[in-house]
Design a protein around this ligand. Structure first.
Ligand SMILES: CCCCCCCC/C=C\CCCCCCCC(=O)SCCNC(=O)CCNC(=O)[C@H](O)C(C)(C)COP(=O)(O)OP(=O)(O)OC[C@H]1O[C@@H](n2cnc3c(N)ncnc32)[C@H](O)[C@@H]1OP(=O)(O)O
Length: 186
């Protein structure tokens, strides 16, 4: 099904910034209340992210019982949430600017059991104007069904670079406000 996603002919592959950190460098949460990465979000994924090779990042989280869909397996929307987060982080690591998700498509290739530790790799494939094309895959690296050679899901996503003013509209509804987690500090 991934073949439904085609990259545009005028795609531009960005260069890494000179101050881009090396592979393995931790990437802090972008907002403590974020469902994907926040450490002040008890129902969230608390995904831990690091810089990967080239234009990629990595993320990891364990599938808790609360993420259940069908008996014993992850809910598909949770997997999409994780892809959304890690692909957004890939954009942010490369551009150090805020992005929002415009469009995503996810392939669910294998059932993922509760207790599995998932490792995601997401990358920036290129840009066209403000559009950032990304892709990602996920493997089970620990716990039940662990096999780091098997891709159990994959995703493509189009993100759009936005200014900080995009988030001004949400401030009245926010459960707190970002402080030291300013995304420019990544
Ligand atoms: C002060 C606090 C700061 C905090 C900062 C935190 C930032 C953290 C940053 C990084 C961390 C990463 C971790 C986060 C991960 C999770 C991210 C999410 O889940 S975000 C929530 C879900 N997404 C939305 O809510 C978007 C809702 N949509 C919109 O707001 C607009 O539609 C928006 C911004 C996407 C585009 O609107 P326009 O008016 O700015 O621009 P137009 O001209 O419409 O689009 C620009 C280009 O994008 C294409 N485009 C837009 N939407 C598209 C779509 N759905 N499919 C295909 N193309 C699309 C358009 O065709 C256009 O392309 P052409 O340059 O003309 O070729």
């Amino acid at each position: 099904m991934s073949s439904l996603w085609t990259l545009p002919d005028d795609l531009v592959v960005p260069d890494l910034r000179e101050d881009h950190p090396g592979p393995g460098a931790p990437i802090p949460q972008h907002w403590s209340k974020c469902l994907g990465c926040g450490d002040d979000q008890p129902t969230g994924l608390a995904m831990e992210c690091t810089v990967g090779e080239g234009l990629s990042v990595r993320g990891r989280f364990e599938v808790a019982t609360r993420f259940q869909g069908g008996p014993g397996f992850i809910h598909g929307g949770i997997l999409m949430t994780a892809f959304d987060e890690i692909q957004g982080f890939a954009c942010n690591a490369v551009f150090r600017k805020p992005v929002v998700t415009g469009h995503m498509g996810t392939d669910f290739k294998r059932p993922i059991p509760l207790g599995a530790v998932l490792e995601f790799t997401a990358r920036v494939d290129g840009t066209v104007r403000r559009k950032v094309y990304t892709s990602a895959d996920v493997r089970i690296v620990d716990g039940p069904f662990a096999d780091p050679d098997v891709i159990v899901g994959s995703s493509h996503g189009l993100f759009v670079l936005v200014g900080h003013e995009h988030f001004e509209k949400g401030k009245d509804f926010a459960d707190g406000l970002p402080g030291s987690e300013d995304i420019s500090s990544i």
